[in-house]
Design a protein around this ligand. Structure first.
Ligand code: S3P
Length: 428
């Protein structure tokens, strides 16, 4: 008999919104108080890089949900960095900041850990080079480490082939420093935290349609404005799936961000007949938030995730695969080739781990079909490649397999959710 999850918790602040709050505070002049900041190590990478550029960020150490105070002088206050900018494991840090510094009149060198050094950087850098920044690859073309010499930028139109909110945001940040209008069009809807935060702070932009956003040179002073970060739905997702597959579970997750560019996990679990309720919709600094209640509702049913919607839940696919492994039919995921370029090749690792615990899975270049089973034997090695989302998926899988898994490591969750193990334990 598996242990049920019971109780109410608040997961830490949203990682995507935290990166933006820290960086966008530097578009404004004055002091910004950011409440509910994510304690993720990825966000500390953004803090470290901004501090190296001369931004004053006051942040208490070792607090699960810290409040940060950013004191900024606007874009003009972004100085020459005191050292190489180390983005650690964080794709959002390196990509957003690459766009952010492209118009500053200094030289910026970026690097990251072994995983980040394998991730594609041309999607931002060739485009900011087209706008006028000078780029040098310091070891391998297309990969970190690299150098950006910021300069006079000219605006451009970019029609992206991948629905990447990171790339969109990086180019809009560069566009705020360019001499003519910059337009970025996404192929499908993704998280729109950037638009919402621009709107909240008073940074001018044009939303031509749901997918197309334009900005021009930011030539007005924007006064600072305090922000509150909602709880991270990508972190909450691990508990949602656990409660949906473990009999007797009933949990409530407090003040979770429910931006429609992030809610695929709610949609798919509902399609699978999980008992999910979104309660008391409210708003934090322009972002919708709500409590989410999940109760075990019997075996889950089949579902399909399509290429058009995948960007709305790309980070949740590893844990959704586990829901698929326990459903009555099958879970099919398509259009997810981006997962091969995340902190690890997540599609391959999902396939290897799920097969090792006893699930039947067909892997494709852009997704997989996993057939559900009532019981999975487990007892196998669970590979993580130091990827936080794989490690947390393994920790949940460990609750539902017949035999204990041999988790490769449990350290990587610090990247997005340092207290994950304790919070999971507190619900059991
Ligand atoms: C993010 C966007 C997504 C997501 C990442 C955070 C963001 O990446 O996977 O964890 O904050 O904009 P892509 O937009 O590159 O898919």
């Amino acid at each position: 008999m598996h242990k049920a999850l019971q109780g109410t918790i608040a997961v830490p602040g949203d990682k995507s919104i935290t990166h933006r709050a820290l960086i966008f505070a530097c578009l404004t002049s004055g002091t910004t108080r950011i409440e509910g900041l994510s304690p993720a190590h990825d966000c500390l990478s953004t803090v470290g890089c901004l501090r190296s550029m001369g931004v004053d960020i006051d942040l208490p150490a070792d607090v699960e949900t810290p409040t940060a105070i950013v004191t900024s002088k606007g874009l003009g206050g972004i100085g020459k960095p005191s050292k190489i900018l180390d983005a650690g494991n964080s794709g959002t840090t390196i990509r957003l900041l690459s766009g952010f510094v492209a118009g500053r009149p200094h030289i910026y060198e970026f690097d990251g850990d072994a995983s980040l050094r394998k991730r594609p950087m041309k999607r931002v850098l060739t485009r900011v080079a087209e706008m006028g920044a000078s780029i040098s690859w310091l070891q391998t073309e297309g990969l970190a480490p690299f150098r950006i010499k910021g300069g006079e930028l000219t605006g451009k139109r970019f029609d992206l082939d991948v629905a990447s909110a990171q790339v969109e945001t990086a180019l809009l940040l560069a566009g705020l420093q360019a001499g003519a209008k910059t337009t970025v069009k996404l192929p499908h809807a993704a998280r729109d935290h950037t638009r919402r935060m621009f709107h909240y702070l008073g940074v001018p932009f044009d939303a031509e349609d749901e997918l197309t956003t334009s900005v021009s040179k930011l030539d007005i002073e924007i006064p600072s404005k305090d922000m509150v970060v909602p709880a991270d739905i990508s972190s909450a997702a691990f508990f949602m799936v656990a409660a949906a597959i473990i009999p007797g579970s009933s949990i409530t997750l407090k003040n979770v961000g429910i931006n429609s560019g992030r809610t695929l996990i709610l949609d798919v679990l509902s399609r699978m007949n999980a008992d999910i309720k979104v309660i008391g919709v409210n708003s934090h600094s322009g972002e919708p938030v709500a409590d989410i209640r999940v109760r075990y509702n019997g075996e889950l049913s089949s579902a399909t995730v399509t290429a058009q919607e995948i960007a709305r839940g790309i980070d949740e696919i590893p844990i959704l695969a586990l829901a698929g492994a326990f459903c009555k039919g099958e879970l099919s995921v398509s259009g997810a080739e981006e997962l091969r370029h995340k902190e690890s090749d997540r599609l391959q690792l999902i396939a290897d781990n799920m097969r090792a615990i006893g699930a039947e899975l067909d892997l494709r270049e852009d997704g997989f079909t996993i057939r559900g089973s009532k019981q999975l034997k487990g007892g196998s090695h669970w590979a993580t490649a130091d990827d936080h989302r794989l490690a947390m998926t393994g920790m949940v899988a460990n609750l539902v397999c017949e035999n204990e898994l041999k988790l490769e490591e449990t350290n990587s969750p610090r990247i997005s959710y340092p207290n994950f193990a304790d919070d999971l334990q507190s619900l059991l």
